[in-house]
Design a protein around this ligand. Structure first.
Ligand code: SAM
Ligand code: SF4
Length: 350
């Protein structure tokens, strides 16, 4: 039922005063929503996509207005951090309209942070506009500073364009964090260099273990490099001091004494961080995934389209949150050569 101020009764707590927050069966409050606004991308990174991907039919996509409505329903339920991702979020046509409309929640204070993860290819074009809409920090994915290797990893990407995008983002006043996937035999010798480069420009670097999502036509065992090895090797050259710094994500950070900057480790494979998981993900078709590492999902597009009131959406979200699992259990070993999940990372956006 909608109240006079437009609020749904399902958005209110028992006292009818504040938003009814989303609490999962393991007492974790869901305050972080990641939104994949498109499954398409202008790159074909070897660990993320196969070269010949089949994308969702355009007719299945939620419109930007529908994405806004869905995001706003989550914000009404206590989500205070929202990350746009993809595929490549900045290749979705009209994406700035969505960023602009979502920024109204920053203005009211309901949303504390609106951010995005991007491959950087379109940043030169959009950095200033993003800043203008209240985006403060962004993550840019970059696995190497070697142009040939960059092309080999991304298949279609142009390093210079991404570097120009990072320049534009910093010039616009956006805080940039670099995300690099650690790839055995590909960039493992470059992580020290990436760290010096990123920290030298005032950017944190986060390294990520490759996760077994989607059939990408490569053998995961060939790509997988445990971060315990990366850390041990970096520790030969740098002084790494554990720090409490947290961004609400799964990264564990160290301060690098020699650079004065920060280095984060995201270790879904070697260290399970599910106990503090505060997030859920929606795809560009309105499917809600309660865990990146599980197949269970809920359809929010049907309730979204069934009624102009948000009550059906809230009921569907509530039901889905009761199914949020305790955690994931990715495995990469010689007995598990197949992907743990058939879904590609570009569907949920990491
Ligand atoms: N296109 C954007 C980008 O690359 O930043 C956003 C979407 S991308 C799927 C989000 C992040 O997931 C990127 O940092 C990417 O490196 C990472 N990623 C993709 N596939 C992965 C995999 N199989 N294992 C670990 N990280 C992965
Ligand atoms: Fe595209 Fe990002 Fe996946 Fe690379 S990691 S193919 S840039 S979605």
């Amino acid at each position: 039922m909608a109240l006079a101020n437009g609020t749904s009764t399902l958005e209110l707590d028992r006292a009818g005063t504040g938003p009814r927050t989303l609490i999962d069966p393991f007492a974790r409050a869901i305050t972080y929503l990641r939104v994949s606004v498109t499954d398409r991308c202008d790159f074909r990174c070897v660990y993320c996509m196969s070269e010949h991907m089949t994308f969702l039919p355009k007719a299945d996509l939620l419109s930007l207005e529908e994405l806004d409505r869905l995001c706003s329903a989550f914000i009404a339920r206590g989500v205070s951090k929202l990350r746009l991702t993809g595929g490549e979020p900045l290749v979705r046509r009209g994406i700035m309209t969505l960023v602009s409309s979502l920024s109204r929640h920053l203005a009211t204070g309901a949303l504390k942070e609106l951010t995005l993860t991007t491959n950087g290819s379109q940043l030169e074009k959009y950095a200033a506009e993003l800043k203008g809409h209240g985006v403060k920090r962004i993550n840019v994915s970059l696995d190497t500073l070697d142009a040939d290797k960059f092309r080999a990893i991304t298949r279609w990407g142009d390093l210079d364009k991404v570097l120009a995008g990072i320049d534009a983002a910093q010039t616009a006043g956006l805080q940039v964090k670099i995300n690099a996937v650690a790839l055995k035999g590909v960039n493992e010798d470059e992580i020290a260099g990436l760290l010096e480069w990123a920290n030298g420009r005032g950017m944190d670097l986060t390294v990520i273990e490759v996760m077994p999502l989607g059939d990408v036509g490569e053998t995961r065992l060939d790509q997988y490099l445990p971060l315990s090895m990366v850390r041990a090797r970096l520790a030969e050259r740098f002084t790494l001091e554990d720090i409490d710094y947290a961004t609400g994500g799964p990264a564990r950070y160290v301060r690098v004494k020699e650079t004065g900057g920060r280095l984060g480790f995201i270790t879904p494979m070697t260290h399970n961080f599910c106990e503090s998981c505060n997030r859920v993900r929606i795809t560009c078709t309105g499917t809600l995934y309660m865990c990146l590492g599980q197949n269970d999902a809920a359809d929010l597009r049907t309730p979204l389209r069934a009624s102009e009131s948000n009550d059906l959406i809230h009921a569907a979200i509530d039901e889905a949150i009761t199914r949020k699992p305790k955690g994931h259990d990715f495995v990469i070993d010689r007995r598990h050569q197949r992907p743990a999940l058939s879904r590609h990372m570009s569907v949920t956006g990491g």
